[in-house]
Design a protein around this ligand. Structure first.
Ligand code: SF4
Ligand code: SF4
Length: 301
């Protein structure tokens, strides 16, 4: 009986914001990519965290695709493909990220009826193709002049499929509905970096807060070297939001992957005698003593 009740209860859960969401892990998170991109205003903020308003959610899947950390689970609306071609649908516009991922999954063209490509699609395809050029990939081509009759027949079957899917979705247990899709560009283009992570060595106090908050493990330490693996960065901004010194910048910049090595020094503080890390060889005080009013007692005494 309880299995049946659990199954019934699960029918209403469409999307799930997992604990990977920056808003759930970092009180200072400013990420709002899913919220800003939702056309249906189906997300709301409650105590700094996002929640999904299920009555408004249409399961378009835009939030699942846009989240840099793939922190949203659920079943997105399916796009229609045929032999490596995406079938043009005026009802939605794919994102550049989506097209770049489809490309690596085998997409080579977009099929449209006649010359009726919507301007929004045109912009997205052009932007995607510019990025594909940097990524050493062939562009996505647009195939026109497709037989109208074929398209309308296809549209008819697609609508039946969609209806069937909606029905299945309404009836299926939640575990069946969740897709463990990875919507991270870094997974598909491991030889490239989409962002360059820059630490301002004059500001950084090597507190390592960014190291702990970065889910993608972009930062690591080897002896006295900070290693930054730019190709892993997904621009979630967890590091910039948590950094107390505002020492990090994430710059969009597609290029072949590269690592940054930054050497730091381990020194003994002149005032408190504790060991501390610094990028500046000439620094003599740890950051606590440096910022401390000389009239105050040392926190370590
Ligand atoms: S959080 Fe900021 S100050 Fe701390 S180690 Fe990272 S860049 Fe440096
Ligand atoms: S380096 Fe910063 S922006 Fe990039 S994935 Fe890590 S926490 Fe996110």
């Amino acid at each position: 009986m309880s299995m049946f009740v659990n199954w019934l209860e699960s029918l209403h859960v469409d999307l799930n914001i997992t604990n990977k969401c920056s808003r759930k892990r970092n009180i200072r998170s400013t990420c709002s990519i899913c919220f800003d991109g939702c056309k249906y205003n189906a997300l709301t903020i409650n105590q700094q965290k996002f929640e999904i308003i299920s009555e408004r959610c249409t399961s378009c899947g835009d939030c699942i695709i846009s989240c840099p950390l793939s922190a949203i689970e659920g079943m997105s609306a399916s796009r229609e493909f045929e032999n490596g071609s995406l079938i043009y649908d005026e009802g939605y516009t794919p994102s550049v990220k989506e097209l770049l991922i489809y490309k690596k999954r085998g997409l080579h063209s977009i099929i449209i009826a006649g010359n009726s490509l919507n301007p929004k699609w045109e912009i997205v395809i052009n932007q995607a193709n510019r990025k594909l050029k940097f990524l050493g990939q062939n562009p996505i081509i647009v195939l026109k002049d497709v037989n109208e009759e074929t398209l309308s027949r296809r549209n008819f079957f697609t609508s039946i499929q969609k209806e069937g899917k909606q029905l299945a979705k309404r009836l299926a247990p939640v575990e069946w509905k969740k897709e463990a899709n990875e919507w991270k560009l870094t997974k598909y283009y491991p030889d490239y970096q989409f962002y360059t992570v820059e630490i301002d060595q004059n500001k950084c106090i090597l507190c390592q807060a960014c190291f702990s908050f970065c889910l993608e493990k972009v930062f690591s330490i080897r002896d006295t070297i900070i290693l930054i693996e730019n190709e892993k960065c997904v621009n979630c901004k967890d590091c910039t939001d948590i950094c107390p010194e505002h020492a990090i910048e994430i710059n969009p910049d597609i290029k072949k992957r590269s690592e940054i090595h930054a050497t730091f020094h381990i020194k003994e503080c002149r005032d408190c005698g504790k060991l501390f890390h610094t990028f500046q060889l000439e620094t003599e005080k740890c950051h606590i003593c440096k910022d401390r009013d000389p009239e105050w007692l040392s926190p370590y005494l």
